[in-house]
Write a protein that binds this ligand. Structure first.
Ligand code: GLY
Length: 387
């Protein structure tokens, strides 16, 4: 049976829903950020200390672009100052997630409102990110004390932190950011994908020789399974890597990595939290579907520019099928009570007997799930990317 695609009417209805919920949330999250995931359907209001706090301001900028209502830009502007303070005071920035934090909150603000504080903060965040580059192994160390043997690794998620570096080079004219992004991408592509195009979540390098050591997982089910969101970061990350480099190898790799993800989807197209599960009642991760939809739309526009129209049509159609699945089974309706996220059935970190994660946000809304849903809906209508 042919899968249904999100229609334009449904896209507009979904945006209307999302924007109504975001508007209702404004009083709670103007001077406070949203927690990474909801707890029983509600986001705790927290200080700006998580790796995820850029997504809510990103949603505000997307709401602004869709409505031209200055209230969204005003509140997003308050967050620019908060993010500037965070990087200046180096608060909770000893990790690699500067792109997830500063691209949707500050690169966006610079692009939309030419906010100089946003530009300054985002460049400082890029400096912070490149401070984690390890010459031995040529990668950005994800977590922990720099150089520590038990943390001498990168994670596939980092592909989404790299657009901040490409942006910083083009803004400043200094190639150092871009060069590090290129080196990290090469390392990631050499090690993170297996022969069947599934992916390792984390990958250790040898601190003495710089040689690749082994793949492991933190949030996936086990080391040799494929964590759904890791695969999704891989799909979107490769599409973005192609746009920023023009290296055809990345677009060629995007295709089988995408196919692996699609082949593991259950009938309703909402991935289980790890792609080792293809049926049964394990929790889903709807955020992976929206992230992959963004990756497909990104790749579709690259294929279009290359004149490869069949592929452009194919990935645009697949993106709309994934979004229709999220619309049908996960979208929060604006009338719903007791829930203040945009998309249900996300999973942040599910504990398994084999992984090392701290359990959090299983079958809840997750802030990046809300954000990439909004981004995908906006992209479908035509959008200038800040990634
Ligand atoms: N980047 C961490 C996650 O996707 O949960």
């Amino acid at each position: 049976m042919e899968r249904k695609e999100l229609t334009e009417k449904e896209r507009l209805e979904a945006l209307d829903n999302a924007i109504a919920i975001i508007r209702r949330n404004l009083p709670d999250y103007t001077y406070k950020c949203q927690q990474a995931n909801t707890d029983g359907g509600i986001y705790e209001a927290i200080d700006n200390i998580e790796w995820t706090t850029g997504f809510w301001p990103g949603e505000l900028w997307l709401a602004y672009l869709n409505t031209n209502d200055e209230i969204f830009a005003h509140v997003a502007g308050i967050f620019v100052e908060d993010f500037k303070k965070r990087i200046e005071t180096k608060t909770a920035v000893e990790h690699h997630d500067m792109g997830f934090l500063y691209t949707p909150s500050c690169v966006s603000a610079w692009m939309i409102k030419q906010d100089c504080h946003a530009r300054e903060a985002a460049i400082k965040a890029a400096d912070q990110l490149i401070s984690r580059f390890q010459e031995k192994g040529q990668f950005l160390q994800a977590w922990g004390v720099l150089g520590a043997k038990d943390n001498y690794r990168y994670i596939i998620d980092c592909l989404l932190n790299l657009p901040l570096l490409y942006w910083a080079s083009s803004e400043t004219g200094d190639p150092k950011y871009r060069e590090i992004a290129l080196k990290h991408t090469r390392t990631c592509i050499s090690n993170s994908f297996r022969k069947d195009y599934s992916s390792f979540h984390t990958f250790f390098m040898d601190p003495e020789t710089g040689e690749p050591v082994r793949g492991e997982t933190c949030q996936g089910y086990k080391a040799d399974s494929s964590w759904a969101r890791g695969q999704a970061w891989g799909v979107y990350g490769l599409a973005l890597a192609y746009r920023h480099t023009g290296n055809r190898d990345y677009l060629d790799l995007f295709e089988p990595v995408s196919k692996y993800f699609l082949d593991k989807l259950p009938e309703d197209m909402i991935p289980y939290w790890d792609l080792i599960f293809t049926s049964g009642d394990e929790p889903r991760d709807s955020s992976s579907a929206s992230i992959v939809a963004c990756g497909f739309l990104e790749a579709a526009s690259s294929f279009e520019k290359l004149g490869e129209y069949d592929k452009a049509v194919k990935y645009r159609k697949l993106a709309k099928q994934l979004l229709k699945a999220v619309y049908d089974t996960c979208m929060v309706k604006k009338e719903e009570e007791g829930i203040n996220g945009l998309v249900k059935h996300g999973t942040y970190s599910k504990k398994s007997p084999y992984n090392t994660c701290t359990p959090a946000g299983v079958d809840e809304c997750v802030s990046w799930g809300d954000y990439y849903w909004m981004e995908a809906l906006t992209r479908l209508g035509g959008w200038k990317s800040w990634w």
